[in-house]
Design a protein around this ligand. Structure first.
Ligand code: COA
Ligand code: AMP
Length: 636
């Protein structure tokens, strides 16, 4: 397992005592056009920049250099799509050609360095090609997950102000064809900013109708396009913007730079995941999420691995053996997914019968992230697969793991429920509100002492102020992760909960505040609260509690149906918003703050401590009764 005979403690302490030497050494694995003159630039605090003065091209590092180094025939992408029955392979040479050609299409449309390109695509190789093509010409991509509604897409269009949008005619969800183009058309209609052009990849399952003069057919344009080469960009130039839920309805545009990102992801492939160039790495996620950016596209390709683009689900495409088929058929060495996917498999195939026909002899490790991995799921996966199952903790903002069991450095003992230890580069501290450090074992705010390592967000898109307010102002000199937890006596981290209104639904990060904004917009709703309730499959599900206006027009099922549809239309099906309860009043503190945490504990059947500041404790009984009516809040 451990080729370089290092141990975690030594590597971690090197990264802490001399981060500049540590990361400069990691940076030698990346091809630079001009070398950086500072490893860590701290001339504009509290903003830190990595590798300033250096230039490089991320697409060159992820694609072209492997071809130039004699690996053009190696498979870069395996596309496995049980929903269409297609399996295809693209070599690094194929990927270079496809990317250069698509970069040519973008350039012909006037897209140049620094322009934004929004990508709204299903899990097809063209999604990765579009991302890499942007990187090739220095354009900044912003990928939006397909499960978001037109309104969410419009919000992102208005913030990123893309010159061009790349999309496909449809996505396929098990056996439903989801037409993407009408959603895109509606989003462009809703948005104040109008992208000049769109490029649409027409899939045979649905044909998109095109707007003359604005919409370009990908395959048609490719017939006449000329390939273009990689351009140099500054290490500190943005590679992409990825929007993630904040505490309001306005998502945060997390920025990723080119240099730090390439160095960190390349380093992580060997040191965390323990994969070698040429090995198959599979991340069963979606390019719309950070996991997809980092570990479907950039990480594996920067490291010269083979990546799998899987257009399917853990179950239902066609059965709970889908993951085992992909692992055995494509020789996957390391896999990465969310615990919810394993809970879905375990639910349908508890004894692992679907595993039996498949040879997983070459499979080395399973990594899980996106939400806390419950110990039951972890031990089920360990027992059935017979390989290390590693829970690791990270977030869109960091772009790669903050805590993990770094298999490529040293395999540490697994403690179920903990994502193990801080990854080299991250100085993780548990702090109290006053900034003092918690003692071992006590829960506090999980914060990271600045500077963050390479690869983490340098700022939010065109919003330095929100970056500082959201992340750097709670305790000076520290980054606020938004998670609460503790460190045990062995230095293992335990991630217990969020400190804000973010919930985690099937590994997808969602804002309950954004859902409340939607419910509050209904004409009959006087006030509302959305809480995340425990769910055995998805981890959490959103549940809306609404108080109606006097004389409300709609009541009962009709009202609930409308509210569910509104969240689906305005946020998207991915929110899985299906639970609504009408209540007479909401519990509040005397100062008017809604007691969401108390309601969540009631819904989950946990013991509650009645807050001393509560206005009227009797309301809690009403809430409990209403939740019991829909099968929650089992009497404690
Ligand atoms: N485009 C359009 N719609 C999408 C979509 C996409 N890319 N992805 C999901 N949706 C829709 C689904 O069709 C579903 O719609 P429905 O309400 O009409 O049924 C809804 O969004 C919720 O989807 P999902 O969260 O996938 O739930 P599910 O019940 O269909 O499947 C799991 C449950 C556990 C199998 C599924 O959530 C899963 O595979 N999760 C893996 C999680 C993951 O990859 N997380 C990323 C972080 S690592
Ligand atoms: P996202 O930005 O969508 O990746 O979501 C990040 C958030 O998901 C984190 O801040 C945590 O709240 C949660 N999360 C991700 N991975 C884990 C994990 N392994 N254990 C516990 N929580 C996690």
């Amino acid at each position: 397992m451990n080729d370089n005979h290092d141990n975690y403690k030594d590597v971690y302490s090197r990264s802490m005592s001399d981060p500049e030497t540590f990361w400069a050494e990691a940076a030698t694995e990346i091809d630079w056009i001009t070398p950086f003159d500072r490893v860590l630039d701290d001339t504009r605090l509290p903003f830190y920049r990595w590798f300033s003065g250096g230039t490089l091209n991320t697409c060159y590092n992820a694609v072209d250099r492997h071809v130039e180094n004699g690996h053009g025939d190696r498979t870069a992408i395996i596309y496995d799509s049980p929903v269409t029955g297609i399996k295809a392979r693209l070599s690094y040479r194929d990927l270079q050609q496809a990317t250069a050609l698509f970069a040519g299409i973008l350039s012909e449309q006037g897209v140049t360095k620094g322009d934004r390109v929004l990508i709204y695509m299903p899990m097809i190789p063209e999604a990765a090609i579009a991302m890499l093509a942007c990187a090739r010409i220095g354009a900044i991509h912003s990928v939006v997950f397909g499960g978001f509604a037109a309104k969410e897409l419009a919000t992102r269009i208005d913030d990123a102000r893309p010159k061009l949008v790349v999309s496909a005619s449809c996505g396929i969800e098990v056996n439903k064809i989801i037409a993407y183009k009408p959603l895109l058309d509606e989003a462009i209609n809703l948005a104040a900013h109008k992208p000049e052009k769109t490029v649409i990849y027409q899939r045979p399952q649905a044909t998109a109708s095109m707007t003359k003069g604005r919409d370009i057919d990908w395959l048609e344009a490719a017939k006449t396009a000329s390939p273009v080469d990689c351009v140099p960009v500054a290490a500190t130039d943005p590679l992409y913007i990825l929007y993630t839920s904040g505490t309001t309805g306005v998502p945060k545009g997390v920025v990723r730079d080119n240099g730090g990102h390439a160095v960190a992801l390349n380093w992580s492939m060997k040191n965390i995941y323990n994969v070698e160039p040429g090995e198959v790495f599979w991340s069963a996620s979606d390019v719309g999420w950070v996991v997809g950016h980092s570990y479907i596209v950039y990480g594996p390709l920067l490291a010269g691995c083979t990546t799998v683009i899987y257009e399917g689900k853990p179950v239902g495409t066609p059965d709970p053996g889908a993951f085992w088929r992909v692992i055995s058929e494509h020789g996957v060495r390391v896999m990465f997914t969310a615990p919810t996917a394993f809970r879905a498999i375990k639910r349908e195939d508890p004894d692992g019968d679907y595993l039996k026909p498949h040879d997983l002899g070459h499979f080395k490790a399973l990594f899980l992230a996106g939400e806390r991995c419950d110990p039951d799921t972890l031990s089920w996966a360990e027992e059935k697969l017979g390989v290390p199952v590693i829970d690791h903790w990270w977030q869109t903002e960091t772009g790669w793991a903050i805590a993990a069991n770094p298999l490529g450095i040293e395999q540490l003992p697994v403690k179920p429920g903990s994502p193990t230890v801080a990854v080299p580069g991250y100085d993780v501290r548990i702090l109290r509100e006053d900034g003092s450090e918690e003692q071992s074992g006590e829960i506090g705010l999980i914060m990271i002492k600045l500077p963050l390592p390479p690869g983490c967000l340098p700022t939010l898109w065109q919003n330095d102020e929100r970056f500082v307010d959201s992340y750097l102002s709670r305790v000076e000199g520290y980054y606020l992760t938004g998670d609460a937890g503790f460190k045990d006596e062995d230095g293992y981290l335990w991630i217990m909960s969020r400190i804000d209104d973010i919930i985690n639904v099937a590994g997808h990060r969602l804002s309950t505040g954004a859902m409340e904004e939607v419910l509050a917009a209904h004409e009959d709703v006087a006030e509302c609260a959305v809480i995340g309730v425990a769910d055995p499959l998805k981890g959490e599900l959103p549940l809306g509690l609404v108080v109606l206006k006097a004389g409300a027009q709609k009541q009962g099922e009709e009202l609930k149906g409308e509210l569910v549809q509104m969240v689906r239309d305005r946020i998207g099906p991915v929110a899985s918003f299906k639970l609504v309860v009408v209540v007479q009043r909401l519990p509040k503190t005397r100062s008017g703050k809604i007691l969401r945490g108390t309601m969540k504990n009631i819904a989950d059947g946990k013991e509650i401590r009645i807050p001393a500041t509560i206005d009227d404790p009797a309301i809690l009984k009403e809430i409990r009764a209403a939740l019991q009516d829909i099968g929650y809040a089992s009497p404690s």
